[in-house]
Design a protein around this ligand. Sequence first.
Ligand SMILES: Cc1cc2nc3c(=O)[nH]c(=O)nc-3n(C[C@H](O)[C@H](O)[C@H](O)COP(=O)(O)OP(=O)(O)OC[C@H]3O[C@@H](n4cnc5c(N)ncnc54)[C@H](O)[C@@H]3O)c2cc1C
Length: 439
Amino acid sequence: MPAGLLILLYLIAALLPLGLAWAQGLTPRSIADELASGAGILALTVILAEFLLLGRYRFVARRLGTDIVMRMHQLLARGAAILAIVHPFLYTSRRAPAPDWDTQRQFFVTAEFAALWPGIVAWLLLPALVLMAIGRTTLGYRYETWRLMHGLGAALIAGFGVLHALRAGRYSADPAMGYLWLALLGVALFALIYVYVLTPMAQLRHPWRVSSVTPVALRTWEVALHPARDFTFRYRAGQFAWLNIRDSPFGPWENPFSISSAPTAGPEVRFLIKELGDFTATIGQVEPGSRAYLDGPHGHLTVTERAAPGIALIAGGVGIAPMLGTLRELRARGDSRPTTLIYGNRTEEQIACRAELEALARDHGTRLTHILSEPPEGWQGATGQVTPDLLRAHFGGPEHRQWVYMLCGPPPMLAAVEDALIDLGVPARNILSERFSYD
Ligand SMILES: Cc1cc2nc3c(=O)[nH]c(=O)nc-3n(C[C@H](O)[C@H](O)[C@H](O)COP(=O)(O)OP(=O)(O)OC[C@H]3O[C@@H](n4cnc5c(N)ncnc54)[C@H](O)[C@@H]3O)c2cc1C
């Protein structure tokens, strides 16, 4: 299914309750009252649809890219919060329990506490949840704690929001609309159950064992996993998986990492992990033989199947991980297309798998350019950042416009390289990039 169709389906789903409300043909009220109801209905629909934009559903993330799905999730949540906040203040009708003669709730906005309290709880929780997500890094929560609170808070908002709509809503009093809300709530809660219950249950049947943990650069490790039972993990070079090195797959202790091994190289799966926070800081102490679980593969940073005449890989720091998987796969397949790797780091010690990359350059003909922003004395290679001039020197020819470009690294670098490639005439569809952070 093309990405455009997926977005169209989302828009249809997001507008469905509004359409159903409109189709009821109730006697119109003031514009302000209609806007108030519309804002409430739209906010609730967007909130319920947020559960499908978790970046964990392959049929969505594979087409749009996990980072784009996460960005949509963040921006739509902000929009929903604004709509929800203004929703109660837009009403102009009298607030009182609707008398019997006002069967269509045309002249009164309900003031019954039983109808209002779920809405008030959801109304207070939603902006709090959005603000906590925006300020997550500054608030200093552990990522796992934040994730649990975020999931639980979102489930409460969805539940209370639907209860409020069913009890207080003028349009939601219609049985068809009521069933629609319950169905959407069911889908939303199922989406959470899928991630936190069904996926780990499926993982129980596919346990892994850590086979080795090897230092490959300063504070960077290559972790190899072997299936603990006989099963095949199918993935494409450049994809990523959620890794959980524990005895149980249940809980929030899983982190996304790009796969650095080649799919055709056998059942072993490898990751390149840089020490950063609480989990990754201890990665070097993981004992071989430890149990692990994987959720994947995810991600769309896959170029080996594309029919491009050449492949350019532009990596910053540990963004080399998916490139390594891709180069290893191209070598394993004997793919003779020209490949160029531009690999930026701060210091020389941070260059991961340097000997292997140089062997690839020698044996596979990969054009390899290291670039360091803090080079040591006597460094012969490129220095500074990946600039438009450097990219022009590598990809300035007309034939390079047909190449496929794979980008992974710090967000500012990705933005600069994407702009420079577009300026060189590379069509956007030939540029694939992945961010390692969803903030
Ligand atoms: C698609 C993708 C691929 C990645 N590939 C690699 C890779 O190949 N090698 C590598 O070293 N790093 C990779 N990362 C980054 C890696 O996931 C984080 O560095 C790691 O999760 C940090 O965890 P921590 O517990 O050590 O640090 P924490 O202090 O807990 O977190 C530091 C930051 O890492 C991010 N993070 C932590 N946990 C998660 C989580 N469960 N889900 C999403 N983000 C999280 C958050 O932005 C957080 O603020 C990738 C990230 C993404 C999104």
